[in-house]
Design a protein around this ligand. Sequence first.
Ligand code: SAM
Length: 320
Amino acid sequence: MEGHRAYRGLRVPDDAPFELKPSPGRGWGVFATRRIGPGATILKEEPLFVIRKPTPLIREQDIKQAVLQLPAGKRQQFLLLRDNASGTFASMQDAFAENSFDLASPDESGRVTRLPAQGLLLLLSRFNYSCVPNAKIPSFTGDALVAAIVAIRDIAAGEEITFCYSFDMQFRTRRERHEALRFVCECRGCLPGNLFRELSDARRRLYRGLTYLVNGRDALARGRQGPVSSIITDPQFVYHILIDFLREEEGLLDDLDEPRPRGLSRAVYLLAGAFQTVDNVAIAAQAMAQDTWWKRLDLVLKLYGRADAADGTVAEAMRM
Ligand SMILES: C[S@@+](CC[C@H](N)C(=O)[O-])C[C@H]1O[C@@H](n2cnc3c(N)ncnc32)[C@H](O)[C@@H]1O
């Protein structure tokens, strides 16, 4: 696409460990030109301009004004943004939405606040998405209004550098992620035919459930939630997970007995399933407020049969 060819005009720092080039099926992407070790900063970038408004209130006029105030060289860089893999931008607003980030914004005294600050980042916006990324954007870099991307594992020369666009994706199953994304991700957590993907959904449900148990909040639920639960203090739950983790690492898990994702024990499979809906999270919260497993089971069984079809899974997991 024309806009992609225009990316050749984007200024990349001389010492950057990456280059911009086409990434088949994803428009353009960012590729390592040398090995990058875990924890290494891949890029620190100052926004071309910042708009201090909540995203829904940003209008075409705000962006035009900001662009007109730029020095000529920087304005020309903004005008290179014509499209990305999703299509051609119909307006400056589109170009801004597809190339901007929510920045940690310091107030007058230098303290970081959550005041709205959307920054246009020319290079950070060139990185493609992966559900199993090799880099991440830390929430705050220590510098006011500077965004950075950091390697989270060893990245080989030639490898595409990706990050996960939204924090809550880590709690979503493959289907849930694809409902939220406007493109089809083809990472190893999404492509069929590998054990990683088969275990991935269950792991993410379990992770969501455990995070709920630790924080007392469901990571994907909106609005007010109940008090902190104490299931995590019950060692049975943790033991099952640890046993299966060790068996998995050791290559001892098999799928001969039960119809469930390959390599996952029945106990962990049931527990993983128990937290897949907000309703079940609420049920688990009420049950776990009880002081014995018997009372917990009793309560769950009373709730069993409600409209939420996954109650059976919860009850079975509790029965365990
Ligand atoms: C911020 S841009 C990333 C750079 C983009 N590829 C480009 O050419 O400008 C985000 C867009 O890139 C595409 N994209 C990013 N990650 C992708 C992936 N894993 N698979 C397919 N398309 C992807 C989508 O069209 C998405 O809306």
